[in-house]
Design a protein around this ligand. Structure first.
Ligand code: GUN
Ligand code: ZN
Length: 500
């Protein structure tokens, strides 16, 4: 069984885990980012990746090594770790990406798995078929069958301690992704990359990335380690982790740097257009954008602008990864996703797509964490609100119940008085010091919070058809009052002069 992966902490569907990589003799903490190392173009020396950037694992391409005469025999002779000068774990890809780009490659899964074993790979990859987005269903199904045969061939070819990837394909068909995930889980393979994401990532189609990940995860074992193949832009790490991904690999840091692009947690900037660096990594602390631009005209410079940009890009990506881990530990991952969603509209689409799956996220969301912050109307759709609503239905209620937003004590003739707090809705006062009802909400609430609270009132009324319920609300809009069942009597505390 998959005893080489252990989940330690959860937040939403994100987790901190430990992936044991026996052939490398190391345990890698996840979420992990694997810098992509092109064996022909070492943009950043792999020997620096661990100490200076914190990379515990990298990924390189065994197909490129096998088809490059100049390096193949050297890598076979000294092994991948010595060749690259990297003593962490090394994952190798198989040539599938080249297959997707050029339509054909001259190697079988059996041959490339054997080659990966011989060069000392720690995590190998079969020749899966990365079916692009938006193809017709017939093609997606046919190629998925080929991928499933590749997984079977990899199972037969794998020996010893080397872990093997089981890529999950299925293009933009969620049911095929889910079926592919379910099939991959039945193999003995070890790590589960969601594949063919690069075209979606390159065009910022983050909502569809989230849909593909969620679909794959519905098919996969909950404790399977999941890799998002080709994803490593710092802007989307928090989102992808919250959707349930554990491993990432980034060529973006180097490819973007070559085109003068500077990554940040809210997008990509062009060195050409920058006057200031907003970052404090060693590169940004030591150079201004103007100095970096001049390097390429200086034949005596130690490093090119592209190399230094690649280093910044890696620093900012690993920094975000540490921030994501800290957010998981404190239970504030969705707050971080919310902040990142404000940086780019495509990220907001991704966040909204994630919240469409709040019921799935709720299953792994911890019951208690740091205070819930209401920071946008998306907060009204977070899994904590759904959980509170489900809990409401199980609470004991008296015959005559007043639900009120007012904190002011009042004389009344109800059997009990409960608090109402948008976006959660009603709860007995005894729960007011428990998570998530300790939430910090803004004074100036939006309609989404009040509608969510009204839905909480409706859930309570539905679970308790015999209870007479009165709701004292603080000037709720029609949209919220429409969600309150007719049989609940409502009073506007503002017109009664009783709001605080
Ligand atoms: N790199 C980026 N996407 C993919 C994919 O779908 N399969 C493989 N093997 N490598 C990839
Ligand atoms: Zn920097």
């Amino acid at each position: 069984m998959r005893d080489h992966f252990e989940v330690r902490d959860h937040d939403a569907a994100g987790r901190i885990g430990r992936l044991e990589v026996p052939r490398a003799g190391v345990t890698v903490e996840t979420p992990a980012l694997l810098p992509v190392v092109n064996p022909n173009v070492l943009t950043v020396e792999p020997s620096r990746l661990r100490g200076e950037f914190g990379a515990e694992m990298l990924i390189t391409n065994s197909y490129i090594i096998r088809s490059t005469d100049r390096i193949r025999d050297r890598v076979l002779g000294e092994g991948l770790h010595d060749f690259l000068g990297f003593d962490g774990a090394i994952m190798t890809d198989s040539g599938s990406f080249q297959l997707a780009e050029y339509g054909d490659i001259d190697v079988t899964t059996e041959e490339i798995i054997e080659f990966q074993r011989r060069i000392g790979s720690d995590v190998a990859t079969p020749v899966d078929v990365p079916t692009p987005p938006d193809v017709d269903r017939e093609r997606a199904e046919r190629e998925l069958e080929t991928t499933e045969r590749a997984l079977a061939d990899a199972e037969a070819a794998a020996t010893g301690e080397m872990l093997v990837n089981a890529p999950v394909q299925g293009s933009t068909f969620p049911d095929l992704r889910e079926a592919a995930g379910r099939h991959a889980t039945t193999t003995d393979l070890d790590v589960f990359p969601v594949g063919a994401m690069v075209p979606l990532l390159n065009s910022y189609r983050y909502a569809e990335v989230v849909e593909a990940v969620r679909a794959a995860k519905r098919g996969l074992d909950p404790d399977a380690p999941v890799h998002l193949f080709g994803a490593g832009h710092p802007m989307m790490l928090a989102l992808a982790v919250a959707a349930g991904c554990d491993l990432f690999d980034s060529a973006a840091y180097a490819l973007m740097a070559r085109d003068g692009r500077y990554l940040t947690v809210s997008g990509t900037e062009h060195l050409e257009e920058m006057e200031y660096f907003p970052c404090s990594c060693p590169v940004c602390a030591e150079h201004t954008p103007a100095e970096l631009r001049k390097l390429d005209d200086d034949p005596d410079a130690d490093a090119s602008a592209g190399q230094l940009l690649a280093e910044h890009n890696l620093h900012v990506t690993f920094e975000e990864l540490r921030r994501v881990k800290a957010a998981i530990r404190s239970g504030t991952l969705l707050d971080l996703v919310d902040r990142r969603a404000r940086g780019h509209p495509a990220m907001l689409d991704g966040y909204r797509a994630l919240l469409d799956h709040a019921n799935e996220l709720e299953r792994t969301d911890p019951v208690s964490k740091d205070a819930f912050f209401y920071t946008s109307h998306e907060s009204a759709r977070r899994p904590e609100i759904r959980r509170h609503r489900d809990r409401l239905a199980r609470l004991e209620v008296p015959d005559r119940l007043l639900l009120t937003e007012s904190n002011a004590p009042s004389t009344h003739d109800y059997d009990a008085v409960w608090r109402v707090k948008p976006p959660f809705g009603p709860f007995p006062r005894a729960l007011s010091e428990t998570y998530p009802l300790t939430a910090e909400v803004p004074e100036r609430l939006d309609d989404a919070a009040q509608v969510a609270a009204a839905e909480g009132v409706a859930a309570l009324a539905e679970a308790n058809p015999e209870t007479a319920i009165t709701l004292g609300h603080d000037g709720w809009p029609e949209t919220a009052l429409d969600a309150v069942p007719d049989r609940v009597e409502t009073e506007d505390l503002r017109t009664l002069g009783r709001s605080e």
